[in-house]
Design a binder for this molecule. Structure first.
Ligand code: XMP
Length: 484
């Protein structure tokens, strides 16, 4: 929203707040329960300083507990729910009476601290939004910061402007400052680039190439786990954009070998991440003065791989959690503090084509995390074919541009079918098509039935050994987008 902010660990908050008093404080959500030993807490003085406070989810529960209310576990809610607002004065100014909000919590506040009034409720949580207008303390049980809370941004804007008295300015992404920062950090050393052709690594690569020119060595590791068109794009489009050709390392066999017998999702991500790094290190050792490894890590990757002290470990995104401890490079991660929508803006500013900037994200471990259980050459070939059918049909039907991501999953489950008058027992394929803005939350796409019907027919007919097709209708949260 163009408001500067600082993220502070609650253990040190009071000291920082006293020396640099902010216009407002947000106590964020988090995975803990207030009753857990070691759960994050904050000095109660914070409530007496006259600074407006908004508690979100855990932040609100903590606030309620410290101010004499009661938090209990039991009323769990995950995903979208309907909020009915009763009070439109400050927090809900400009919002409608009924709207959809995203919840993700195990505990709830069951008794309000003295002085708080109810501003809005959901069918199962009475105290979904509460306020204590003087001295400006507010709490929400749902997540206004996620895209799927319809008026969440409005709520945060109301808190910032109407309650804290701040002014909202348009966000400016200062390309020149980013380029100067990279130049200064790298100096005369070389950077080897983990280049995948996806949005994040393309934007990071072109940004770095813009900053340091030939000191940048872009490398593409052909793991065989990416979509087929990626390799073509790497060969044809990128040399022009980067001003240098991309070194391609052919490693399909090596990846299959490494994945042999690996069935645990976290283990899969880790072995893939390690092989990537080993191959990079081998390539880098051929060049003099390579000191940095470029990664297109974004803020969402960072949070999912436990980037902040208090966030939960969801899964090891291969470009973050999979890194070995004895990494021989320093990391260069120019997009670490940006979300997908901001990364896209940077890409457009750098002059990248819309097809590159708005392409679907594809996970670093690729098809491997879309094949439940062991990845064999045979199952990989089926997954590549199934995925290409999903993408092709979505494009043909005009649905592709309306969604965030679509793909197939080899579920590892088997089911009975009748094929050619005989019993057939084969694997179940799932289709996942999601809408999302920032990858932190997602909703399953309401794709027209006729598209799903076409997909089902093609998948059982064209992909060998498939008995059944199912459509994944789970929101994130609770389900992550990828199955592994
Ligand atoms: P999840 O499954 O965490 O996915 O809800 C959120 C988004 O991240 C992508 N994803 C990855 N991207 N390395 C990546 O670069 C990874 O290891 C990885 N895992 C998931 C996923 O496709 C979705 O866009």
């Amino acid at each position: 929203m163009g408001i500067s902010m600082q993220i502070i660990d609650p253990d040190h908050a009071i000291g920082v707040i006293k020396t640099q008093p902010p216009a407002g404080i947000i106590l964020s959500g988090g995975p803990a329960s207030v009753y857990e030993p070691g759960a994050p807490s904050i000095d109660k003085q914070i409530f007496k300083m006259g600074i407006p406070i908004l508690g979100i989810c855990y932040g609100w529960q903590l606030m309620a507990q410290l101010l004499g209310g009661k938090v209990e576990s039991g009323k769990k809610e995950y995903g979208p729910t309907n909020l009915v607002t009763k009070d439109f004065h400050d927090l809900f100014y400009g919002s409608p009476k009924r709207s959809v909000v995203f919840e993700s919590h195990g505990d709830s506040v069951m008794k309000l601290p003295t002085g708080f009034i109810v501003l809005a409720s959901t069918p199962s949580v009475e105290y979904a939004a509460v306020g204590f207008p003087i001295p400006k303390m507010y709490g929400v049980q749902f997540h206004p910061e996620v895209h799927h809370t319809r008026f969440g941004k409005q709520l945060l804007e109301n808190f910032s402007t109407r309650i804290c008295g701040l002014a909202v300015k348009p966000v400016r992404l200062d390309l020149q400052a980013m380029i100067s920062e990279i130049k200064e950090k790298v100096g005369s050393k070389k950077v080897i680039g983990a280049f995948s052709g996806g949005t994040d690594s393309s934007v990071a690569g072109v940004l770095v190439a813009r900053a340091i020119g030939k000191q940048f060595i872009p490398v593409y590791i052909d793991s065989g786990l990416m979509r087929d068109e990626t390799l073509q794009r790497i060969k044809n489009t990128f040399p022009k954009l980067l001003g240098t050709s991309v070194r391609i390392i052919h490693a399909r066999e090596q990846f299959l070998q490494t994945l042999k017998g690996v069935t645990d999702p976290e283990q899969k991500r880790k072995v893939i991440g390690k092989l990537y790094i080993d191959l990079f290190q081998a390539e880098a050792s051929k060049h003099q003065d390579v000191e940095f490894l470029l990664q297109g890590t974004t803020y969402a990757d960072f949070i999912h791989s436990q980037g902040t002290k208090r966030s939960a470990h969801i899964k090891s995104h291969h470009n973050v959690g999979g890194l070995p401890k004895d990494l021989k490079f320093k990391l260069l991660e120019p997009l670490r503090y940006f979300y997908t929508d901001e990364v896209r803006k940077i890409g457009l500013k750098l002059g990248l084509a819309k097809e590159v900037v708005f392409q679907q994200p594809f996970p670093g471990p690729g098809h491997a995390v879309r094949i439940m259980g062991e990845v064999t050459a045979e199952r990989l070939a089926k997954q590549v074919l199934a995925d290409s059918i999903v993408v092709e049909e979505m494009q043909k039907s005009g649905q592709y541009a309306k969604i965030f991501q679509c793909w197939s999953i080899m579920t590892g489950a088997n089911s009975t079918a009748v094929k050619g008058d005989g019993r057939f027992y084969g694997e179940v394929i799932a289709i996942r098509i999601v809408k999302s803005k920032d990858r932190m939350t997602a909703d399953w796409a309401r794709v027209p039935y006729k598209v799903l019907a076409k997909l089902s027919t093609r998948l059982v007919n064209e992909v060998p050994g498939i008995s059944r097709v199912v459509y994944d209708i789970t929101t994130k949260p609770p389900a992550t987008m990828e199955w592994e």
